[in-house]
Design a protein around this ligand. Structure first.
Ligand SMILES: Cc1cc2nc3c(=O)[nH]c(=O)nc-3n(C[C@H](O)[C@H](O)[C@H](O)COP(=O)(O)OP(=O)(O)OC[C@H]3O[C@@H](n4cnc5c(N)ncnc54)[C@H](O)[C@@H]3O)c2cc1C
Length: 421
């Protein structure tokens, strides 16, 4: 095996998704020497085909009161957008137990301002990025409309809107005419809407690849096709990172391997409660009649995102482990669901359809894990971003650069500690 000694490259980032490349960008911009190691290609994980929302409005964690009861019902329904494959897996059982414990009002209310602070931090950095770098990844700030075909689900969401309003998030409740004004390309089956302007969207694959380009332009070394296989430790610190291509010396290591972070942590005898939460998307060439802004189809739990010349539908959250099969029943459900809300769907070019899935790195309390390990001094976690990794990428990268540089982090990291579980 080739032994690679990189004394000058003293920070190793593991994972080339949006979190890893964002960390590499902010570290290299600070003048730090960085090597990012990715087992496949950049953006090969969850960061490519997702909904691309920078979502800073309904900052209510999935772990909320009432969810376990609802989840239990859905768990038994294989076509439901939320699904837990029942199986005897100790990690999954432990994760579900922690999730159920987190589903209470106190914890939910404690998480909302944390999520909003992370989201606002990323919005500020997105503006800064556009001022300081020459970037283009389809960033558009148009807000998001939640579309409702039933009175019942509108009533439920009205409560959520009132809840986030307590934390300063503006939402507009719309009747059918109001909905038509905001988004004319919806069917008359849509009776209500909630518009929230604190949403933006990007093309997430372009975002990830642009962040890689920027990191490289500031001197980061990006190595693809190289899997991290283990770690060597000396006096309780990681001294080197073993890979399929040899050994890399490391002064500090950033674990940003998304849904795979738990298995890498295990190699360091650490336990991270992260489960792969699989989601699907369908992407088409954008038809002549299509939505102008991102939509959420409330009853069908499906997101619709127009991204330049493409139109993407995303849905489902499946806790079924790392299962690379594409469940055609779910794909068909997405195709059917959008027809209940959108006009112009008959114009979709079926030949341009791309089916995709990705594993969200899900934590039990729906907050990411960001910060220095309390057990291994030179290990920094940047993982567990669940449904919001695109949203929280830039602030995570910035925080990582502050932690590794022993600067005061821009946000309180206490709620994001790995050891909180
Ligand atoms: C359907 C769907 C819709 C979504 N919509 C949104 C949205 O609208 N807004 C939003 O904010 N978020 C959204 N998300 C969530 C978002 O996609 C994730 O939170 C985010 O992509 C996680 O980024 P990451 O860098 O942590 O992980 P990933 O992008 O998965 O990257 C991890 C990388 O680590 C690499 N890796 C793993 N093991 C090793 C190893 N041993 N050695 C080297 N490399 C390794 C993998 O190959 C991978 O490239 C969505 C997700 C899905 C699935």
């Amino acid at each position: 095996m080739r032994k690679i000694v990189t004394p000058q490259k003293n920070i190793v980032v593991i994972g080339g998704g949006i979190i890893g490349v964002s960390a590499a960008y902010y570290l290299s911009k600070q003048g730090r020497s960085v090597t990012l190691i990715e087992k496949g290609e950049i953006s090969a994980g969850a960061s490519a085909g997702n909904a691309g929302l920078i979502a800073n409005g309904f900052a209510i964690p999935i772990a909320a009161p009432g969810v376990p009861k609802q989840g239990l019902k859905m768990m038994l329904d294989r076509s439901s957008p939320f699904y837990i494959k029942p199986r005897l897996n100790l990690d999954l059982i432990g994760w579900v137990w922690k999730f159920v414990r987190a589903c209470n009002t106190k914890q939910m209310r404690a998480s909302i301002p944390v999520l909003l602070a992370l989201g606002q931090g990323s919005f500020d950095l997105l503006d800064e990025l556009h001022e300081t770098e020459n970037v283009n990844f389809g960033y558009e700030k148009k807000g998001r409309l939640i579309a409702f075909t039933s009175d019942e689900s509108f009533e439920v969401w009205k409560k959520d809107a009132a809840l986030v309003q307590e934390y300063g998030v503006r939402t507009d409740l719309l009747d059918a005419d109001g909905v038509k004004q905001v988004e004319p390309n919806l069917l008359s089956s849509v009776k209500h809407g909630i518009f929230c302007d604190s949403y933006a969207h990007v093309d997430p694959d372009r975002f990830t690849k642009e962040m890689r380009r920027l990191a490289e332009s500031h001197g980061a070394e990006i190595i693809t096709g190289t899997a991290v296989t283990g770690f060597e430790t000396t006096r309780g610190e990681i001294s080197s990172v073993n890979t399929s291509q040899g050994t890399f010396t490391a002064k500090q290591v950033i674990l940003a391997a998304g849904a795979w972070s738990a298995e890498l942590a295990r190699k360091m005898k650490l336990s991270l409660p992260i489960q792969p939460a699989k989601g699907y998307s369908l992407t088409y060439k954008r038809p002549p009649i299509s939505p102008n802004l991102p939509l959420s189809l409330a009853e069908r739990k499906t997101a619709v995102t127009p991204m330049g010349d493409i139109l993407r539908f995303t849905s489902t959250l499946e806790l079924a482990g790392f299962d690379p099969t594409i469940n055609q029943r779910r794909i068909e459900t997405i195709r059917r669901s959008v027809r209940e809300y959108l006009t112009g769907i008959d114009e979709l070019d079926e030949h341009s359809e791309i089916e995709w899935f990705g594993y969200r790195p899900a934590t039990p309390d729906d907050l990411p894990i960001i910060g220095r390990s309390e057990k291994i001094e030179n290990l920094i976690f940047a993982t567990g971003h669940g449904t919001l990794g695109i949203t929280h990428a830039l602030i995570t990268g910035k925080l990582v650069s502050q932690i590794t540089g022993s600067e005061e982090p821009a946000l309180d990291l206490e709620p994001l500690r790995a050891e909180r579980f």
